[in-house]
Design a protein around this ligand. Structure first.
Ligand code: UTP
Length: 286
């Protein structure tokens, strides 16, 4: 069995939900406290044993490449000021994994972004982690998916529970429950109304895929919003063959959404010793 060694992180979207903050900077570089969203995701991948990160990027996302590269001038200035701990921190970022980049020339949708990475992925299973979705978990969420992949050797989709009345915003799975964390997928339905949703398990942010998905994506079939949707390709793979879902243990934050970004910021700030006391006091006062 081939090991999951590579993660594709698409970061070529326009980030329209976060305008005007994303007019001149990538949304994936917005900081939750003092770390860009994208770094939380790369750290999750590395903690799960991923060796190579494939960013699907675009011309307006250069800051992401710079963030994961060396910055000799900054290192030099920090050395002059004897800021040892800061130097260590920034050097660690570029050493975390082997980073490679491919450009998606037009943002034609998530499915198209993944298809753009096909040559870099090659003939092996791979993880997909959305560039704006942070999952706060004890065991890295993508590791939880990889464990299920290793059992069944077919695609695994990360799912989280959403309120019943919000099923129309997500891809929803129809599960055949295996145990408390895993299900086989009977079908995936894109954005069903609450009355038609077979569950409240929403496809969310993490996937382990096999190269078979590229054959489906190659057709370039447009779905909702006129974009090439990954969920449509997953639904077809499940129809043709099979697929599994991992109800990962952890809290999901879609940081491309302003309210979720604020919630992630508060959650992570409350975990930090230096902010916990004063922030709690401030929130109570508000
Ligand atoms: P989103 O749908 O959340 O990103 O895609 P978006 O299109 O940038 O956001 P809005 O809706 O306009 O606010 C999830 C991830 O997939 C990437 C995005 O950069 C994001 O990290 N993506 C999306 C691509 O790389 N290419 C695309 O064509 C679409």
């Amino acid at each position: 069995m081939k090991k999951v060694r590579k993660a594709v992180i698409p970061v070529a979207g326009l980030g329209t939900r976060f305008l005007p903050a994303t007019k001149a900077q990538p949304k994936e570089m917005l900081a939750v406290i003092d770390k860009p969203i994208i770094q939380y995701i790369v750290e999750e991948a590395v903690a799960a044993g991923i060796e190579q990160i494939i960013f699907v990027t675009s011309s307006t996302k250069r800051a992401i490449e710079d963030h994961f590269d060396r910055n000799f001038e900054l290192e030099y200035r920090l050395r002059q000021k004897n800021k040892q701990s800061e130097i260590k921190d920034i050097l660690r970022i570029s050493d975390m994994a082997n980073f490679v980049y491919v450009r998606q020339k037009t943002p034609k949708g998530l499915g198209h972004a993944i298809f753009t990475a096909r040559e870099l992925v090659g003939d092996e299973p791979f993880a997909v982690m959305l560039g704006d979705d942070i999952i706060d978990a004890r065991v890295p969420a993508i590791k939880q998916l990889i464990n299920i992949y290793n059992k069944y050797e077919d695609i695994v989709v990360g799912v989280t529970r959403v309120p019943k009345k919000e099923t129309h915003k997500y891809g929803i799975i129809d599960p055949i429950v295996i145990d408390e964390n895993s299900s086989e997928i009977r079908r995936i339905i894109e954005k069903p109304s609450p009355g038609k949703a077979p569950s409240n398990l929403a496809v969310s942010g993490r996937y382990v895929l096999t190269p078979e998905i590229f054959d489906i994506l190659a057709k370039g079939k447009k779905g909702s919003g006129g974009e090439i949707q990954l969920t449509d390709a997953l639904a077809e793979h499940v129809r043709r063959k099979a697929g599994y879902a991992c109800l990962y243990k952890g809290d999901y934050y879609d940081c491309g959404n302003k309210l979720e970004f604020i919630k992630a910021t508060i959650t992570y700030a409350l975990k930090r010793k230096e902010f916990r006391g004063p922030l709690k006091k401030y929130l109570k006062q508000l």
